[in-house]
Design a protein around this ligand. Structure first.
Ligand SMILES: C[S@@+](CC[C@H](N)C(=O)[O-])C[C@H]1O[C@@H](n2cnc3c(N)ncnc32)[C@H](O)[C@@H]1O
Length: 262
């Protein structure tokens, strides 16, 4: 069997420096104090001051550090050594303390033995999960009783659509599938070696995995806007700076958020 984790980790290492230079991540503004978090998650997660927060799949830590700036005692986890190295560097540079752990989330129990008030994960995480049930187990394991799990994510419905907005994929296809399309979401022309293996889950897969762990789903919200130009040429920014479809006759779910409690 292919070592999917190794292949994906290599790709994420390769794209980290490209992302760090990108307009999308906008590091210069972040360093000056701008939060990388969207209004959606800051409103829905609520007050984090003094709370312990575990951020799963934190990339190079901008969101983790943004929560820390808001008063959370934050820990970020990611399996890319390059991303974690940059996250630690950023933390020092902006003088916002946070812990960063380099680990595959499926191996986290080897290096982390704590419980958290909040577990957070967002935008572009589900497709990297080889096992959604194990993911829910990990969330349950690291959550304190009374703690909350929150995810804001690209809606799985959009998995059926190609970049040029055609229905070409199966909603119920689980994967893994090889994505060897060129570039990355911050620069489609970037030259990056190798591809990635990804998975797809339905909305009910996500909800049922968390229910199976005994977590209480507080809500699932679906939104007709998203945070990036997911279908170039077919989207425009609205007054709030969110991406919506240009064709107003079409309305599909583009994002969802979910809050669960233990
Ligand atoms: C699209 S980013 C997600 C995050 C965040 N919203 C952002 O844009 O910075 C996905 C992250 O998941 C990490 N990742 C993928 N699979 C992982 C795994 N099995 N364990 C830990 N991290 C993983 C990648 O290294 C990458 O940094």
């Amino acid at each position: 069997m292919k070592d999917y984790s190794r292949i994906n980790k290599k790709w994420w290492n390769n794209v980290t420096s490209i992302h760090a230079r990108s307009e999308l991540y906008n590091l210069p503004e972040f360093k000056k104090g701008k939060s990388s978090l969207e209004l959606l998650e800051t409103k829905e997660v609520g007050n984090v001051r003094g709370k312990t927060l575990l951020h799963l799949m934190c990339h190079f830590g901008m969101d983790t550090l943004s929560w820390a700036r808001m008063g959370a005692i934050a820990t970020g986890v990611d399996f890319s050594p390059d991303a974690i190295k940059l996250a630690k560097k950023l933390s020092k540079e902006i003088q916002v303390p946070s812990e960063f752990i380099c680990s595959d989330i499926y191996k986290l129990q080897n290096v982390l033995d704590k419980k958290y008030d909040i577990i957070f994960t967002s935008y572009g995480v589900l497709c990297w999960l080889s096992d959604i049930k194990k993911w829910a187990k990990i969330i349950n394991q690291y959550l304190k009783i009374g703690g909350i799990f929150y995810i804001a994510e690209v809606h799985p419905f959009t998995n059926i659509l190609s970049y040029d907005f055609k229905i070409v994929y199966k909603y119920f296809f689980k994967g893994p599938y090889l994505d060897d399309s060129p570039g990355t979401y911050t620069d489609w022309d970037a030259k990056i070696k190798g591809g990635t293996y990804e998975w797809s889950y339905t909305i009910s897969d996500v909800i049922n995995a968390l229910i199976s762990e005994g977590l209480k789903i507080e809500y699932v919200h679906e939104f007709p806007f998203t945070m990036y130009d997911q279908f170039p040429g077919f989207m425009e920014k609205d007054k709030k700076g969110q991406y919506v479809l240009k064709n107003k006759k079409i309305q599909i779910p583009l994002l969802f958020s979910l809050k669960a409690t233990k």
